[in-house]
Design a protein around this ligand. Sequence first.
Ligand SMILES: *Cc1c(COP(=O)(O)O)cnc(C)c1O
Length: 271
Amino acid sequence: MQTLVSTQTSHDRHGLYPEAVTVEDFRRNLASVQERIAAACRRAVRDPAGVRLLPVSKTKPEASLRLAHAAGCRMLGENKPQEAYRKWEAMQDLTDLQWSVIGHLQTNKAKLVARFATEFQALDSLRVADALERRLQAEGRSLDVFVQVNTSGEASKYGLAPGDVPAFIQALPTFSALRVRGLMTLALFSSEAERVRQCFILLRTLRDRLRDSAPAGIGLDELSMGMSGDFEIAIEEGATVVRVGQAIFGARPLPDAYYWPDAGNPKEHSE
Ligand SMILES: *Cc1c(COP(=O)(O)O)cnc(C)c1O
């Protein structure tokens, strides 16, 4: 246990990852993230095949996404539905590229997501579930979904309060176009590794508690947790999907508060 407890965040590299500008840069960054994933799996005595790397391309231009695709990425995560939709439209020639929407969705954007996304990781209300269901039925499509849980207790973070998740899960079988895969969270953005770890432990514990009582057809196998600065800790606590942007694509020009409106409190984010 000693080694697990001592794994630190790498939030201190936040904003410092160099921009990937060639296919080679992407290959090298992907290999290095995969090696960090493998190392975390060794510490946790897990099979790396049980951890899916979702590269997050938000804010990056189409040219970067094409390089990532050329380096082998076949699914990209985007947090803003409209930005994701624009990119999907522009890259229809890449027929084997799939899209995961990982950010908050308003009901009036459900139409966009229903049209192109393979996966939606930020389901946090029945209104959004209902809007997606109707749009997916109209498109003759279905969608893999993750229920987003607010494990940090920060008022600014999206996601259901942990206590509201059991009833929410029970309501999901109504939506036949939504294939529920598991839970997703964003941990506290902090250099205090133990507080970050508590967010991941909370998500796993919640999933374990709910799995047996989940309605038929509701899968809770997946745990999407961990990003560039904390994915090793997430893997040690059971992540099956890690969402990694900057360590693959390079730093984003603007602070995260821009991408997650009202995210966190300034103190946590200045670390
Ligand atoms: C941007 C984002 C990530 C990836 O963050 P990085 O620091 O770039 O790895 C993960 N999850 C969500 C929901 C995001 O919006």
